[in-house]
Ligand binder design. Structure first.
Ligand SMILES: *[C@@H]1O[C@H](CO)[C@@H](O)[C@H](O)[C@H]1NC(C)=O
Ligand SMILES: *[C@@H]1O[C@H](CO)[C@@H](O)[C@H](O)[C@H]1NC(C)=O
Ligand SMILES: *[C@@H]1O[C@H](CO)[C@@H](O)[C@H](O)[C@H]1NC(C)=O
Ligand SMILES: *[C@@H]1O[C@H](CO)[C@@H](O)[C@H](O)[C@H]1NC(C)=O
Length: 239
């Protein structure tokens, strides 16, 4: 082997070593914060990354991270958390509901683990103000242990995935299902009630005379009165 050839081989070897090392030498991706890159690096967040992408929340979150004064906190459910959902759960959601589901995992401020101890419940998420009671996210803590309750699921903050001055990303062991999408339907508006009462009453009186009174007290008598009134009105009209 000539001297020149061995020099060439050595140089080549040196280059490959550098190439192999370089990813490990740059742990933080350069440029603006990229939520998908952070989750990709952490591993086990494939479902969340796909959901962020399909809802276009990926770009929105990245933009918010760089523009927000208060920063952002993402509660990130693992692939395990998603796969332990009842099958078909995600597919049953409309596009709008998928966006709301993702937004429910985003808190519009940077929270350190100790900040969770002083938040007031229900906490505001990007899915909307909790004033309407349909997107409550409640935090309870014991020391550094942080529990989350949505009214549908109880979850635990399992790990810090990433934190800088603007962004905090925490692993949660459950998908945070909001009451608005997965809870019982909101209470029906009042006007629908009289409809139910009026057609049923006259029939009941014929079959069992006591049924409308046996709930006893003023209410039963009152209902009985309405029933009789309706019967009287119907009778009057049919004359
Ligand atoms: C963010 O990172 C993901 C995953 O590495 C990549 O696919 C995407 O192109 C990046 N987005 C930007 C805006 O750099
Ligand atoms: C948090 O949840 C765990 C069960 O997941 C429970 O044992 C613990 O008491 C809860 N802590 C608080 C403060 O709610
Ligand atoms: C959340 O906390 C608020 C205020 O303490 C309470 O009224 C509400 O019932 C709680 N909801 C859930 C789902 O824990
Ligand atoms: C969540 O925790 C609360 C309080 O500990 C409990 O009453 C409720 O049943 C739990 N809900 C679920 C879905 O586990």
């Amino acid at each position: 082997m000539t001297k020149q050839l061995s020099f060439l081989l050595l140089t080549l070897l040196h280059c490959t070593t550098i190439l192999a090392q370089s990813p490990a030498q740059s742990p933080a991706p350069a440029g603006p914060t990229n939520i998908s890159a952070i989750l990709e690096k952490a591993g086990q967040y494939g479902t969340l990354i796909r959901l962020l992408r399909s809802t276009q929340m990926e770009d929105q979150i990245n933009t918010q991270i760089s523009n927000s004064n208060q920063g952002l906190t993402l509660l990130a459910p693992t692939d395990n958390a998603f796969s332990s959902l009842q099958s078909g759960t995600l597919n049953s959601l409309t596009d709008q509901q998928k966006v709301q589901l993702v937004q429910f995992h985003v808190i519009p401020s940077h929270l350190s683990i100790s900040d969770f101890q002083t938040v007031s419940n229900p906490m505001r998420t990007q899915a909307g103000s909790s004033n309407n009671g349909r997107y409550p996210l409640n935090i309870t803590t014991t020391g550094t242990r942080v529990n989350i309750s949505t009214g549908i699921v109880n979850a635990t903050v399992a790990n810090t995935i990433y934190t800088d001055s603007q962004l905090a990303v925490y692993e949660v062991d459950k998908v945070l299902l909001p009451l608005d999408i997965f809870g019982p339907p909101a209470p029906a508006p009042a006007p629908s009630k009289p409809k139910k009462v009026t057609p049923a009453k006259p029939k009941k009186e014929g079959t069992s005379s006591d049924s409308s009174v046996d709930s006893s007290g003023a209410m039963g008598l009152f209902r009985h009165g309405i029933g009789s009134f309706v019967v009287a009105v119907i009778a009057a009209f049919s004359l």
